[in-house]
Structure formats: structure tokens, C-alpha cells
Design a protein around this ligand. Structure first.
Ligand SMILES: Cc1ncc(COP(=O)(O)O)c(C=O)c1O
Length: 393
């Protein structure tokens, strides 16, 4: 998972990923698995699998796959852009957009220092696109300071010593701040600022639908303040593979060429697009439920009033909960939450493995998705309660 820090990866290797929701446990009863590591872990359900099996397909690299075309057209309407392009991953979608906007080697890209594009995408913008990144501190709500942004954009204007700022990248929802939603007025201001200095704005909208559901607005209301957007189908929407690039027609024509150069042209991709169409149709209902479950969990955890963790339910805007861990390393807490003991079964009547990654050394990020039900959320909370009680005061 590209979301993993080195710390989290090490923990993941220790924990071992489950291959089924019910795993045999050493406590002698089957353990129920609640996987809160990421919203990328979902498996396609029966409706998605049926749609994939029945998809009408063609060679999409010749533009002949009707299901991919249907997905691209439906997504263009939803995002309020002229066209979209189906690509294998959101990482590729972001890179294509950066390459589409930054046509000159050494162009400058401004972005938040913790954003996915900078931290978890292999520095593709440097190693492949020859783009120079300038990082700005992320504010707690996932925004950038507008004065600082203006200072950096204007600093080198007209000066041949400085790189030319071509692009600002934003991320919505903002993952490292715990799935925070960027305010629409902020998006508008960033766009105006960029435009007034000849730069453009790309939105990493891997979780754009979560933002739209949280704000109760059509996604197009968010995208109208950007020059391009990436949109992931394999997170909260639950499709197994895929993302979209959205923007004006000429931008998407160029995106097609860049996708080809990056090896992302796919053939009978309709089997994947069919799953994404099911995910899109169900998105609003599924994501609203994920957000409600995340809030329910945060409120429940706060009510436990444990000295070993703290959470701010007011900061839970979408499907993520950031928990501060106190008095033990976050990795140890994750270990305890995934282990099952006879004591747990005796005291709670359940054997539950809650899978989580440490987010930092002293925090854990829990992510809701369509494979975590309201009942799973309750079981996860009871497991936290059991583990926190065992840790004592
Ligand atoms: C905000 C954000 N952008 C981009 C990506 C990359 O998506 P993909 O795994 O499809 O390359 C992720 C993945 O977790 C993400 O969280």
C-alpha cells in the first residue's frame, strides 16, 4: 500500500495481512477480522463481480471499449469536466497531470509537504517528469497558508535564477491530516491566486467523492476550482483497479499520449470499468455510511476516556480517524489490537482482530470502507476497550 510509512510497513510485515475475514485464532475460536488499515483493502462484492463478468469489452487502446467509454462519459458529467481518461492508478493519474501542466524541464510544482503525491509516489515528478517540487507546510486542516503560497509563487517571477512556478497541487480529502475536507472557498482562493500568476491547480482527488459527500455538494462544485483532477476508483468506491484523469478536452488528449508513454494504455479494460461503474452508482450511500461509522467510532473511543489514547471527534469529517497514542509506541498498540487471547474471549465473548497501521510513532490512523459494517465498528470499539483496559491507568 503506497500509504505506508517505513514504520507502518515494518508493522505490516509483522502483523501479516489476512486472507479471509475469519481466521483461526490461538484462543480456540474463530477470530473476526476488522480491517481498518486502508480503504484500498476492499474486495469486489457480488454485484461488482457480476458486472465484471458480463462487461461488454473492446480494445481500449484503440478507443473501442464501450464500458470504458461509458465510465469516462459518466465520470465527466459527475466531475463537471469536458472529458476523463481511465488509467490504472491514481499515482499514474497524478503524474500524467503534472506532466501535462509542466511542459518545461525544471518547472516548479508547489505542494504540501505531507501530501501523497510528494511522499508516497516515488518522487515520480522528479525522476520521470523532471519537475522541481517546492514544499509548503500543511496546516492542521490539510490546507496551505495562502500568504505563504503567494510569497512562493511570486518570489521568482521574471527572475532568470528561479524556476518558473507552473502548478499547485492540492489533495482533497487530505489524507495525512486524517481525511479533512478542503473548504470550497479555499479552493477558489488558491485557484484565483494561481491563475493571477500564470500557474494552474491540479487536485489529487483520490477521495474526492468522500469530500463531496461530506460537503453534500456534487463533486463538480469542487472540481470547478481546478484545472485538472485525479479521481480514484479503488478506494472508497471499492473497485479493484483504476483511476480517472479529468480536465478540458485538449488536456485529456495530451493525457492519452502521456498514459501511452507511461505504459498505462490498457486493452479490454471494460472488465475493470464495469466494476467502477457499480462503485460510482453506490458511492453516495456507501461513503455516507463509512463516514457515520468513523464518527461513531471516534465518539465511542472518546467516551472510553483512556489515558492511552485521544481522539477529536470534531476532526472526523470523512472516513478516517486519527488517534493519538500515549504511553506506548503506536506499533505496540496495533500489535495488541490484532492479537486474540483466551482472556478476550472470556471477558468479551468475542475474538476480534482489528488491523491497523501505526501512522506515526505516536498515532494510528483508522480508515472505514465498504467492507467494515456498523457491527464491525462496534466490535472494533469493544476490542479497543478491552486492550485499553488491559493497559491499565
Ligand atoms: C491521496 C492519495 N493520492 C493518490 C493515491 C495513489 O493511489 P493509487 O494507489 O491508485 O496509485 C493514494 C493512495 O492511497 C492516496 O491516498
Amino acid at each position: 500500500c503506497p500509504m505506508l510509512s517505513g514504520l507502518a510497513r515494518a508493522a505490516a510485515l509483522r502483523l501479516g495481512a489476512p486472507c479471509a475475514r475469519w481466521l483461526g485464532s490461538r484462543a480456540g475460536v474463530p477470530a473476526h477480522v476488522v480491517d481498518l488499515r486502508s480503504d484500498t483493502v476492499t474486495r469486489p462484492g457480488p454485484a461488482m463481480r457480476r458486472a465484471m463478468a458480463e462487461a461488454v469489452v473492446g480494445d481500449d487502446d484503440y478507443g473501442e471499449d464501450p464500458t470504458v467509454r461509458e465510465l469516462q462519459e459518466r465520470a465527466a458529467q459527475l466531475l463537471g469536466v469536458e472529458q476523463t481518461l481511465f488509467v490504472p492508478t491514481n499515482t499514474m493519474a497524478n503524474l500524467i497531470c503534472v506532466m501535462g501542466h509542466c511542459r518545461r524541464r525544471g518547472s516548479q510544482l508547489l505542494l504540501g509537504q505531507e501530501c501523497h503525491l510528494h511522499v508516497y509516489e516515488q518522487g515520480g515528478v522528479a525522476q520521470i517528469a523532471g519537475v522541481h517540487s517546492h514544499l509548503l507546510p500543511d496546516l492542521p486542516h490539510g490546507t496551505l497558508d495562502l500568504d505563504e503560497l503567494e510569497r512562493v509563487i511570486t518570489r521568482g517571477l521574471g527572475n532568470p535564477y528561479h524556476p518558473v512556478c507552473e502548478l499547485v497541487c492540492l489533495e482533497n480529502t487530505h489524507s495525512s491530516s486524517g481525511g479533512r475536507v478542503l473548504p470550497i472557498d479555499y479552493l477558489r482562493q488558491v485557484h484565483l491566486l494561481a491563475q493571477s500568476h500564470g500557474a494552474r491547480v491540479h487536485l489529487d482527488g483520490a477521495r474526492l467523492m468522500n469530500a463531496a459527500v461530506a460537503l453534500r455538494v456534487p463533486p463538480a462544485r469542487i472540481v470547478e476550482h481546478c484545472d485538472s483532477v485525479s479521481f480514484c476508483l479503488s478506494k472508497g468506491l471499492g473497485a479493484p483497479v483504476g483511476a480517472l484523469v479529468g480536465g478540458p478536452k485538449d488536456f485529456i488528449q495530451e493525457a492519452w499520449r502521456l498514459r501511452k508513454a507511461l505504459g498505462g494504455g490498457m486493452r479490454q479494460a471494460g472488465v475493470l470499468a464495469a466494476a467502477a461503474l457499480v462503485g460510482l452508482a453506490e458511492a453516495e450511500e456507501e461513503l455516507s455510511r463509512d463516514h457515520e461509522n468513523a464518527r461513531r467510532f471516534a465518539r465511542g473511543l472518546q467516551a472510553l476516556a483512556s489515558p492511552h489514547c485521544s481522539v477529536n471527534p470534531a476532526a472526523v469529517e470523512t472516513n478516517m480517524v486519527l488517534v493519538k497514542v500515549v504511553g506506548l509506541p503506536a506499533a505496540d498498540l496495533c500489535q495488541r489490537l490484532q492479537a486474540v487471547s483466551p482472556d478476550e474471549v472470556a471477558q468479551t465473548g468475542h475474538a476480534v482482530r482489528v488491523l491497523l497501521f501505526p501512522w506515526t510513532e505516536q498515532s494510528v490512523r483508522a480508515v472505514w470502507h465498504r467492507d467494515v459494517s456498523t457491527q464491525d465498528t462496534e466490535l472494533a470499539l469493544r476490542k479497543w476497550e478491552f486492550v485499553l483496559r488491559q493497559l491499565g491507568p
